[in-house]
Each structure stands twice: as structure tokens, then as C-alpha cells.
Design a protein around this ligand. Sequence first.
Ligand SMILES: O=C(O)CCC(=O)C(=O)O
Length: 358
Amino acid sequence: MASTVAPDSTDVVCCPRRPRRRGARPVGARGSGPATRAVGKPVRDGDHGRLDAGNLGSSGLRPRSAGPPACSRSPARARRPAIHAHLPWTGALTRHMSPATPDLTIRPLSPTLGAEVTGMDLRTDLTPERRAQIRTLLFQHGVLVWRDQSLGTAGQVAFAEAFGPILVFTSVVDPEPARPGVHEVHGGSVGWHFDASSLPAPPEATVLRAVRVPPAGNDTLWASGVAAYQALTPRVQALATGRYITHGRGVKREPGDERPIVAHPLVRRHPHTGEHYLYINLPDWDHPLVLGMSPDDSDALVAELRAAYLRPEHQARLSWTPGTIAMWDNRIVLHTGTGEHDPATRHLVRICLAALHP
Ligand SMILES: O=C(O)CCC(=O)C(=O)O
């Protein structure tokens, strides 16, 4: 396998020439239809409106992820955990409060994003209370890291499944995994991306485990879509809100490529925290197009959003050690590897979750 790969060519899932792969299905999902979500999953994108003709670009591309109209479901804010009420996601209060976790140590990875958690054994410490704590911490910090865990692949699967159904999809990272939905990453990925965001229903979370890593370098970076949105001027926030953006080769397509183009709302609202965030895929191999805008206007907006997303102060960085587990909210954080990864010295295992249990 190549040492550096473009991750998650979720296009394969949608490819009409490969019907068997057509839908991404959570493990254990019944029926033969395309991806389904976990029963009882919270509403996503509660504040974006239904797609209308005004959202379509001149290309006539049809977005695939149009959600329900805002009025059809209860407001996302109503589902906020109490701790989040009226507090900014990136504020000092929320980031350093650990109300129900006196036995844990929470060390922020950066002032804006990520936290390292100590005091847990992820093989055994998954009581309902613990899972609730982890979910709350995940929504507070966006990325959680545990070191020196001895999970193994079966343990990682069990840990992941404690939070939601595993999403099975075809990824260029590991196109034929030995175990569905469990991707062996030999080397790594370089390019700021969400995992599998070109799926109509992208995974809500990712769990990545370091099996073998070099002693230095080959880190992973995350960037906060919430901080990026908050950093925009009101004018740009208004310009971006209500629009859809393509994920996965929106503009630069190979001739003869018949795969459907997927677009998602550019500004979304987190169903648990109520925070707005930017949802834009930024790897070099993608070329996102804001629907309803000319390519030039779209490029200009994307450049502005990219700059907000990738400000260093909106990022967190992890130096891996064997046994490290990272879990992130794949809705609100972009991630990338930092360098040319050597498949001989770097081996990670990745599991994406179709949805997080409420
Ligand atoms: O290589 C890395 O550090 C990140 C891995 C990654 O992006 C992925 O597996 O999706």
C-alpha cells in the first residue's frame, strides 16, 4: 500500500458500477438498503433548511444530504447537556470543567481543541456513566486521546461499538479490510479532511488506534470547525449559511466519472451542543464547489473559510505512541497526518461510527 494515501474515497460506495458497495451500512443493519442511522439518533443539522432550486449551481448538481426543514423537528439547543447551556464551546469554562469526572485527569491538547484523558482503562471502564462522561468530554473538546491502552483490534471494536454502530464503507485507505469497517492504515493520510464526508451520511465519529509508530514525527493534526465558524465575520457567516458545498471532487472530475456528487450544508449546527460549525473538506485532492455560486465566487469563499479553519490556534496536535487511542467528533473537526508516512514504521487502525448513540 502506498505510504501516503488520499483517505476515504467514499465515492466507491456510491459508484453505480459496483452495486454491492452502493450503500454504506452500519454493522448489523438490517435490510439491503443504503446507509441507515442508529435508532434514536439525534437530529443533525437542525437549523439548515431544505434544499431548493436556489441552492443548485448552474451545473444542476443535486446535493444528497438535504436534511429536514428546521420546523419539522425540535430545536437542537433543547438537547444540549446542561454544562453547555449558554457557554461558548471554546470558552475556558467549558474546556476546563469536568463536572462528573473527579477521578479523571483531563489535559487539553490546545487552548481550543482536544484533550488527553488519563485514569481510564478502555477495555473495562465502559459503564453507562463512563460512556456518558466520554460523550460529554467529546462534545466539549472535539478530540479525546487516551495513552497506553491495550485494546487490540477486538478491544477497539468493542470500545467503538459502545458509542455507536460501525460504519462499513469502502475506503482507499484499506479497500478490502479483513473485518468490515475496520481499516488498517499503513502509512497515513496527508490533507485536511473529514472521514468519508463524500458519503450522503458521513460518519459522526472516528476511533483511531496506534499499533506501530515511529519514535518521532508522523503526528496527526485536528482543526475545529466550531472555532473556524466563530472566527468568521458576520458578513461571511451570513454568506456561508444556508449554502451547500460539494465533498469529493466537486469540480475536478475525471472524464467518464459517473459517480454522484455529494453536497452537504456548509454551516451546520451540532445536535448536542447547538454550536454552529463549518463543514468543508479541504484536502488538496478535493476541489469543493459552493452550489449556487460561480466557480470564482466559490473559490474566493472557500479560500476565506479555509484560512479560518486552518489558523494554528484552531488546531491540536498529537504525537502518537503505541497503544494511543484518539476519538474525534468527525462532524466538527478536520484532520490530517503531518508528513510522508512510512508504512513499514507506522500502522494505525481506524474505525468510523455511523452515528453516536444519544
Ligand atoms: O495519518 C494520519 O495521521 C491520519 C489518518 C487519517 O487521516 C485517516 O485514517 O483518515
